[in-house]
Design a protein. Structure first.
Length: 208
């Protein structure tokens, strides 16, 4: 009997430690460490059930180097992009291009937004090289990049080789006029409307 009481005391004495350890582990999982942008997980909840669509460019292969003509070292014009496999019910498309390696891929601190487009008509299957706001498909609207202007801003990394993530979203609705939204504002407006998503990554490093 005495041994049973001692065992019970030991076990019950450990319970607070076990409970605190479990709580600490949960807090670590909830809080996380580091920026989710740098793992391409930003706002994953807006497309966690989305289908996959194909996004490609004739200018560079997936994971390949982006030609200098599309960067600040060249003409600084957007590359050609094309897509396929839009799901039934697609009412509009949105495009975001960003760099998760800013300012230094060895120690990234933020994601730099290069291009924001939305309400691209679903009948459009590609964007031509050098697409400009005035030359965009009818109905297409522009958002703000991180230079606080509309339109495309090409790769211009201060150091190292950066990744440039081109993300295309198929939506089940036409969005209202968001008045030149930021990437975050566009993502908020898209929440609950993403049917499919495609991604194309290119890289660039300046030679100076």
């Amino acid at each position: 009997m005495k041994r049973k009481l001692q065992l019970a005391a030991v076990l019950f004495g450990l319970w607070p430690i076990i409970i605190l350890a479990a709580q600490g582990d949960r807090e670590f999982q909830l809080s996380g460490t580091g920026s989710s942008d740098n793992e391409f997980n930003t706002n994953n909840h807006i497309y966690e059930d989305a289908m996959a669509l194909t996004l490609s460019s004739e200018a560079f292969s997936p994971g390949g180097s982006i030609p200098a003509v599309y960067t600040c070292d060249g003409l600084d014009i957007p590359p050609p992009l094309e897509w396929s496999d839009l799901p039934a019910g697609t009412q509009s498309l949105a495009l975001v291009v960003d760099d998760p390696d800013a300012p230094d891929p060895k120690a990234p601190k933020r994601t730099w937004v290069h291009w924001v487009l939305y309400n691209i008509p679903p009948s459009v299957e590609k964007l031509q090289e050098g697409e400009t706001p005035s030359g965009s498909p009818p109905g297409t609207r522009q958002g703000l990049n991180d230079w606080k202007r509309t339109g495309y801003g090409g790769p211009c990394p201060p150091t190292g080789r950066h990744r440039y993530v081109h993300k295309l979203y198929a939506l089940d609705t036409m969005l209202p006029d968001l008045n030149e939204p930021t990437k975050a504002e566009l993502e908020a407006a898209m929440e609950g409307h993403v049917l499919a998503r495609g991604e194309l990554i290119g890289t660039y490093e300046r030679t100076r």
